[in-house]
Design a protein around this ligand. Sequence first.
Ligand SMILES: Cc1cc2nc3c(=O)[nH]c(=O)nc-3n(C[C@H](O)[C@H](O)[C@H](O)COP(=O)(O)OP(=O)(O)OC[C@H]3O[C@@H](n4cnc5c(N)ncnc54)[C@H](O)[C@@H]3O)c2cc1C
Length: 417
Amino acid sequence: MRYSGWQVLAQGLLGNGGWRPAWRDPAPKPAYDIIIIGGGGHGLATAFYLAKEHGLTNIAVLEKGYLGGGNVGRNTTIVRANYGLPGNSEFYSHSLKLWEGLEGELNYNVMHSQRGLINLFHSDGQRDAYTRRANAIINQGDDAQILDREGVRKLLPYLDYEQTRFPIFGGLYHPRGGTARHDAVAWGFARGADQRGVDLIQNCEVTGIDIENGRVTGVQTSRGAIRAKKVGIVVAGRSSQVAAMAGMRLPIESHILQAFVTEGLKPCIDHVVTYGMGHFYISQSDKGGLVFGGDLDFYASYAARGNLPMAEHVIEAGMTLMPMIGKARMLRSWGGIMDMSPDGSPVIDRTHIDGLYLNCGWCYGGFKAVPGSGHCFAHLIATDRPHEAAARYRLDRFATGRGLMDEEGTGSQHNLH
Ligand SMILES: Cc1cc2nc3c(=O)[nH]c(=O)nc-3n(C[C@H](O)[C@H](O)[C@H](O)COP(=O)(O)OP(=O)(O)OC[C@H]3O[C@@H](n4cnc5c(N)ncnc54)[C@H](O)[C@@H]3O)c2cc1C
């Protein structure tokens, strides 16, 4: 069913009885050409691009819960391409370009809003680092400007410019950065994949991966065995557990990241803003809630909920930067399970098992990657060659030490990213 203004009008006049489910609910078939494990943003985007770009449609996406019930539907929705290191630069640039055409491609309103993102800096050293990053972004063909303090004040008049502990020196402005409606992204890709014949199978947990003579032959699931010629693992925070089913030990740790939202307010924050002296970032959703987050909870866990010390830390950082938010009432918080890689950068690669492919290590930045990751992973699965934008996302870099992309310079400890 195509969505359009005309449909809204017609359905409104007809009592809204004509809307159909956005995707089918098929039972699993005994065999597929390709199985994608994980119905999050990356898994659904992979299935969509496999069908659309490579004409492969005998595909199942197996999701243990419901589509979009994982991190894709519980993040702070920041979309940007302001990375500085080779490897990440070209990948996120590729992903942002896909975002910019996504609504037309899916015929789905994912509420992608390029409202601009500003990373604040608070010292001369930080200004230098951001200037280097701005140059790298511009060299990649993306947009970046260094704003001085007055330039920031014009855009963000509500910040506390008088505080002496962490004075605001300026900001790295990325006008094409912004936000999107997170679960609409999952729904849009789901509908697009389903329309092209992909089976989206919910409540179907993968419990084992079948391998014969070094080649993947299918999976075991809570709804029976399913054969497949190729299998892609795209399960974010559960990557280590699912890869272990194929006997693999990944360099990934699972950590919790929380997000917070306030009651709906009139528009007051027009951009995405990140604080440079504490881990705090904020934007305002189209419903009016202030959506913000901070750092990881700093211990490995599979519990999709966070703890109070980090909530306190995030709120303190917010109050330091923009004391006005102290007047807003917080409505809720939630946590998601992050697949933290040692260098903070992801993996899109084949494994040592023929026909088994791996997509993981997105840390807390994988929402903006959804179209790019799906596009590049589909290319890898279909052609057995890495897409040029994701060519550096090799798994063996952690074994060899060559080609690491430590964007944040935090070293190899997962919980410092
Ligand atoms: C609080 C928070 C804030 C964030 N903010 C941002 C942000 O502002 N910008 C940004 O770019 N990124 C952000 N992220 C990160 C981003 O959300 C993730 O990196 C990204 O969504 C992960 O990929 P995914 O969407 O495929 O994951 P998910 O949606 O988690 O999908 C993985 C799916 O795999 C399924 N699965 C797991 N095991 C199995 C199994 N055995 N069988 C079948 N299915 C299985 C899960 O149920 C899940 O649905 C944030 C994350 C969180 C939690």
